[in-house]
Write a protein that binds this ligand. Structure first.
Ligand SMILES: COc1ccc([C@H]2OC(=S)NC2=O)c(OC)c1
Ligand SMILES: [Zn+2]
Length: 263
């Protein structure tokens, strides 16, 4: 699918150096979400996700995370509502995690770190015709962030976990079909925070309307351990590096307000 835009991601390497200045740099992600500083907005609508598992295509290890990629050539898997004015098309989801269960998420809530964070990536198909176009526009992307905490095994995630050994190395791809990503959403999707932000890896473009779920999902310790068995490095490289700590450091809120859909 277009949304992986291989040229961009392939230039990344695990410990990419943070660029000192990002063009604009007024709305960078991730951030710490301060509950008491967020502002309740009663006009925020419920989120509406309509995902068709038949659009699920493959899993790709891009050397920074692993992406589950969807066919985004038609409006079959979509997101609208919440803070969004337009309809957005699902193109991929991926995760960020740590080397242990003490850290790994990109966003934090009152400085609380989760062991991992899921990103469901959508682009504005009302205004643009390709992910590559949308990624350069300030209303181009909508990413749903879901925190993951260690607890009971997540049955829906297990199908994905079982496929990961096939994409252990950077640039490996495996067919992966009929997966409904709504099974990875918490049961309550009406409580979320939303703010204007950016991609958290190069190109770091300030194109993302963030929708961060208040309720985390539970996954087991063993399921997270399989994430950590992935490698940043390709099969040819002599020194293999575990794919862990693939998260960006927190960015300044600057002149932004985080809104909440709940009081
Ligand atoms: C070119 O496509 C990209 C590039 C980077 C990211 C990073 O930004 C966030 S958010 N997570 C990431 O890993 C991306 O995710 C939507 C998509
Ligand atoms: Zn991400």
């Amino acid at each position: 699918s277009a949304c992986s835009s291989r040229f961009v991601l392939s230039q990344m390497h695990p410990m990419w150096q943070e660029p000192l200045e990002v063009p604009g740099g007024e709305r960078q992600s991730p951030i710490d979400i301060s509950i008491r500083k967020s502002v309740f907005d009663p006009n925020l609508k419920p989120l509406v996700t309509r995902y068709d598992p038949r659009t699920c295509q493959q899993i790709w290890n891009n050397g920074y995370s692993f992406l589950v990629e969807y066919d985004d050539r038609t409006d079959k898997s979509t997101l609208h509502g919440g803070p969004l004015e337009d309809q957005f098309r699902l193109c991929q989801f991926h995760f960020h995690w740590g080397e242990n269960n003490n850290w790994g998420s990109e966003h934090t809530v009152d400085r609380h770190l989760y062991p991992a964070e899921l990103h469901l990536v959508h682009w504005n198909s009302d205004k643009y015709s390709l992910f590559e176009e949308a990624v350069m526009e300030d209303n181009g992307l909508a990413v749903i962030g879901v925190f993951m905490k260690v607890g009971k095994r997540h049955e829906g995630l297990q199908k994905l976990v079982d496929a990961l050994p096939a994409v252990r190395h950077k640039d490996s791809v495996v067919e992966f079909t009929k997966f409904d990503p709504s099974c990875l959403l918490p049961q309550n999707t009406n409580e979320y925070w939303t703010y204007a932000g950016s991609l958290t890896t190069p190109p770091l473009t300030e194109a993302v309307t963030w929708i961060i779920m208040k309720q985390p999902i539970e996954v087991s310790h063993d399921q997270l351990a399989v994430f950590r068995s992935l490698l940043f490095t390709s099969a040819e490289e002599e020194v293999q590096k575990s794919m862990v700590n693939n998260f960006r450091v927190q960015q300044s809120l600057k002149d932004r307000t985080v809104r909440s859909s709940f009081n």
